[in-house]
Design a protein around this ligand. Structure first.
Ligand code: PGA
Length: 249
């Protein structure tokens, strides 16, 4: 079977204003151009306020654009929300869904995430579905059950595997400097592949949670790991590229 192409995703969260965001995007482009052709894919997910400006900056470069969330509907009376089709209009090709910050701080359920995923794929976006256990679930030994349920319940009946990426992001590892051992990450990725069935052979599975230039190599040396989803370390061009280059490991 052909090797899955690797993918590095930067989640800028709610960081960055117009000037700083454009500086970062231009830096990332400059470094991408200097390294062409890339043997992996790179996606940045800035705050939606920056998307249009950055879309113009990265057009025609190896960088691709993503968003951090979308609504379940295509349009309607949903004050403050943004649809997947509107993100596609801005040049987005990916959207992160089910991030633990949305599950825990906005009460998003697996069922809601499944509806968002369906809407995203209908709009032609690739969904980056985040799954992962909390510290309590880890302590109670329920990681396998939680992850399996999240994968099964967050995928609508007719999802398109070709437009799906899964990110294993333990909630306790996000922004904490802690993370599972690389072989534990590989084990969980295998569980995700099993839960996906036949699609598990082709769907890219990323790891996310406190990924840094110092630990990226050990994670990416795991064959099971098809890339990384990077939060705070992605808002520094040199740091993000130092991580991305480990994809060649
Ligand atoms: P972190 O965040 O790399 O800052 O831990 C990862 C994420 O939230 O996707």
């Amino acid at each position: 079977m052909a090797k899955r192409r690797r993918l590095v995703v930067g989640n800028w969260k709610m960081y960055g204003r117009l000037t700083s965001g454009l500086v970062l995007a231009r830096d990332l482009v400059e470094q991408a151009e200097a390294r062409k052709p890339l043997h992996f894919d790179m996606v940045i997910c800035p705050p939606v306020t920056l998307t249009w400006a950055i879309s113009e900056t990265i057009m025609g470069t190896p960088l691709m654009l993503g968003a951090q969330d979308c609504h379940t509907a295509t349009h309607g009376a949903y004050t403050g929300d943004i649809s997947a089709a509107q993100l596609a209009d801005l040049g987005c090709r990916y959207v992160i869904l089910g991030h633990s910050e949305r599950r825990l701080k906005h009460g998003e359920s697996n069922q809601l995430i499944a509806q968002k995923l369906e809407a995203a794929q209908l709009a032609g976006l690739t969904a980056i579905l985040c799954v992962g256990e909390t510290a309590e679930q880890l302590a109670s030994g329920s990681t396998t059950d939680i992850i399996t349920r999240q994968v099964q319940e967050c995928l609508p009946e007719k999802y398109r595997a070709a437009h799906l990426v899964i990110a294993y992001e333990p909630a306790w590892a996000i922004g904490t400097g802690q993370q599972p051992a690389p072989d534990t990450i590989a084990e969980v990725h295998k569980i995700i592949r099993q839960a996906l069935g036949i699609a598990g052979e082709t769907v890219q599975i990323l790891y996310g949670g406190s990924v840094s230039p110092a630990n990226a190599e050990a994670i990416l040396l795991q064959d099971e790991v098809d890339g990384v989803l990077v939060g705070s370390a992605s808002i520094n061009s040199d740091g993000f590229w130092a991580i991305a280059e480990k994809c060649n490991a």
